[in-house]
Design a binder for this molecule. Sequence first.
Ligand SMILES: [Zn+2]
Length: 274
Amino acid sequence: MLTEVADGVFVHEAEFVQSNSVIVRGRDGALLIDPGITRAELSSIASDLDDLGLRVVAAFSTHPHWDHLLWDARFGDVPRYGTAGCAASARTQLAPEAKAEIIAHLDGTGIEDDVPMELFGLVSGLPEGAAEVPWDGPRVRIIEHAAHAPGHAALWIEDRSVLVAGDMLSDVLVPMLDFDGTADPFADHLTALGLLEEAAADAAVLVPGHGSVGGPGAVPARVAHDRAYVEALRDGRSPDDARIGPDARAGWEWVADVHAGQVAALSRRREVSD
Ligand SMILES: [Zn+2]
């Protein structure tokens, strides 16, 4: 089911980790951002687009993690963009062994047989530093940063006042730092939060990669929330954060394990550098 969150901007919320796909109506078709997860859901998005009389003319993956790189043949053979860094990372995941590893990681989630890998990861990199997505529709500005994943980008659709945040600013997931990818994941994450706030503090709509769509005021509120988490983690304090507390939303208790994993990764990293 597609929900229209702003004029010509639609969101499909998947069952898996409340993943959001975004569709933006352009002059001659739609831009599809982070297409979706399971075969059935990708296919239902394709049907919903048919019902709206929209065909996909371009796509964009916010970052090179598997759940943002999937595709269904029904969307057609159109350019699937990402930043240069996103495309470079996606390319390393195209080998059959890499794809098999992704499916192996999904074992036990219940969707391991439902994720289509045939057209996975075929992302064309935009030129280094590209400022917007090349397509015939409302201007979609690229806010690239190094938090969470290489070549990660949020998209700011200024005319519609919509921020598509990628895997940032979630109300259910804590910030997940890229401990393996960068020299200073804390600085990178805090810088990214600053960029999102600077570009889109007044956004009327915030669509995170996973979690609930937010309204006016959601960008600064979630930036502050994520900043507090990242600073606590960095400084070795226990974050006072409902997402990992005893009152975490039902079904999301595992986010506390993600946090514990980050604390462990951090202490390993500090041991190595000491
Ligand atoms: Zn994700």
